[in-house]
Design a protein around this ligand. Structure first.
Ligand code: NDP
Length: 495
């Protein structure tokens, strides 16, 4: 019998009110049930929100440096548990161990960054226009934060949201993706071990329809932070927007790497392999489009083909493998559907294009790394997010065309250019429509202390990571202190 894990609501671990459970299976080995998790619904969310709402009264008064100190302790615990966490993450969502270790490390980095932020939370002071009067502003907590996360970064993304929410003095109701409930549960466990009080953090497992919408709709949740698909993001935006909640949305991407004729081709090759096939292409920042200058197109495609052929696809726990499974059956079907679309649109599939089912692949959702050449801008495989190991190659004649092709996209998360021409590099920084631009690096590689997010339909303008996320989780209180002992009327008595 598989191990049962619980929700954590109002200071205790508990099953769902429904008494039902859902399975979390290993995508590299269907026979392994990683755990059973509570299939929760509205009543569980209601209890969690009430607990968070009650706990907020006291938590908002805890000094921010003290809140930060708890997060520092939690970071230390996570360091000790790093290997165990990474292995469990590989078991529940498949990406290779080197990457899950990186994901946990990003969580640790975020803990330590948040801990320090507890001693900052800077705001502004400014001189008054009147004598004997002082003007200040402070960052105040907002209330209960509803956090909804995807499965592709099971530790990093929950940490990106939970830790700034807590350090700013909010309490949390957290719904992780149904594909990665174990890592999320462990994050909560670590927070509790570090001293976060009952009710301040609550985790409710279950489906997006039942648990997610109940969080979004609950009137006592003041802010929603969501990372996931654009489809769901739009729905959340309209539902939560109707209640004028504060909403942060981090959504899809269709990121491109440009390689110019003067680029270091070996370096660009390493970059595109990592960007396109790391996390089996299931990153919001994955390289999904490769834009090649015509002078190096054929040579680079040859190099790429040989390198892709050498990628080993298999169970992420085997460190000789480079590419793990796709997360679930639905995602394999989506990926394969796009491969068929690419073929029917007339692109040339030069490798991959099939599910792997032989030998060690027989019990997992493995898909061969796939490359299309001859892709043009009107094709759906050029325009739409696939979220799998599929790369679309486009040929361009010069830098200006590369920028135009890059920007012909509804998304704008990450971008990259390989060039030795400093003018092209600078123009790329200015002209590529994306929240992130890498020069001579792949489209992936975010660091937790820098703002993360995109333009256009990748989101609604907020950023995760770095200092801006603390602005999302707090609001400004402006304070005027008049020590003149008389009524002073701004704009009137001084003019
Ligand atoms: P989904 O949008 O399907 O799910 C994301 C989360 O939302 C899950 O927890 C899901 O629950 C929940 N959910 C689903 N439906 C609803 C609903 N109606 N109301 C509220 N919550 C709901 O995305 P995926 O998990 O498939 O993640 C992949 C997507 O995330 C890609 O589009 C990717 O680009 C994007 N992403 C964006 C990032 C960014 O920073 N821009 C980073 C990482 C991923 P359940 O799991 O139970 O279905």
């Amino acid at each position: 019998m598989a191990e049962k894990f619980m929700n954590y609501i109002d200071g205790r671990w508990c099953p769902a009110d429904s008494g039902e459970w859902f399975e979390n299976r290993n995508p590299a080995d269907w026979d392994e049930i990683v755990g059973l998790f509570p299939k929760s619904g509205k009543s569980d969310v209601d209890r969690a929100v009430k607990a968070a709402h009650d706990a907020y009264k006291e938590w908002r008064l805890v000094p921010a440096p003290e809140r930060g100190a708890m997060l520092k302790k939690a970071g230390d615990i996570m360091v000790e548990r790093k290997d165990e966490l990474a292995k469990n993450m590989t078991r529940e969502m498949g990406k290779v161990l080197a990457e899950t270790l990186g994901d946990v490390q990003e969580g640790i980095d975020t803990f330590y960054y948040a801990a320090v932020e507890g001693r900052r939370l800077f705001s502004h002071t400014a001189p008054s226009e009147l004598r004997d009067k002082m003007n200040l502003s402070f960052r105040m907590p907002i209330g209960v934060a509803g956090l909804i996360t995807p499965w592709n970064f099971p530790m990093a993304i929950p940490c990106w949201k939970t830790l700034p929410a807590l350090v700013c003095g909010n309490t949390v109701v957290f719904k992780p993706a149904s594909d990665t409930p174990l890592t999320a549960t462990t994050m909560v466990e670590i927070l509790l071990d570090a001293g976060i009080p009952p009710g301040v953090i609550n985790i409710v497992h279950g489906g997006g329809g039942a648990v997610g919408t109940s969080i979004v709709d609950h009137p006592d949740i003041s802010l929603i932070s969501f990372t996931g698909s654009s489809l769901v993001g739009k729905e959340i935006n309209s539902r939560a927007g109707a209640q004028l909640k504060r909403i942060s949305l981090e959504l899809g991407g269709k990121n491109a790497q440009i390689v110019m004729d003067d680029g270091d081709l070996e370096l660009a090759l390493e970059g595109v392999l990592w960007g396109a096939f790391g996390t089996t292409g299931q990153r919001c920042t994955a390289t999904s489009r490769l834009i090649l200058h015509e002078a190096i197109h054929d040579r680079f495609v040859d190099m790429l083909l040989k390198a892709v052929d050498n990628l080993r696809v298999g169970n992420g726990l085997d460190t000789s493998n480079n590419v793990g499974p796709v997360v679930n059956q639905g995602q394999v079907e989506t990926v394969h559907g796009y491969v068929e679309i690419g073929k029917s649109e007339g692109a040339d599939m030069i490798c991959g294009g099939r599910q792997l089912t032989d030998g060690d692949h027989a019990k997992g959702w493995f898909y061969a790394p796939t490359v299309f050449t001859g892709v043009t801008q009107e094709m759906r495989i050029f325009q739409e997010e696939i979220f799998g190991p599929v790369l679309s190659v486009v040929k361009v004649k010069d830098f200006d065309e590369a920028v135009t092709v890059h920007n012909d996209c509804i998304y704008g998360l990450s971008s990259s250019i390989y060039t030795r021409n400093v003018n092209h590099a600078m123009r790329a920084v200015r002209d590529l429509e994306a929240g992130i631009t890498y020069i001579n690096g792949p489209t992936i590689g975010a660091e937790c202390h820098m703002p993360f997010g995109g333009v256009k339909q990748t989101g609604n303008g907020h950023r995760e990571g770095g200092w801006p996320v603390y602005e999302f989780y707090s609001e400004i209180k402006t304070v005027y202190i008049d020590y003149s002992g008389k009524l002073q009327r701004a704009q009137i008595d001084n003019y």
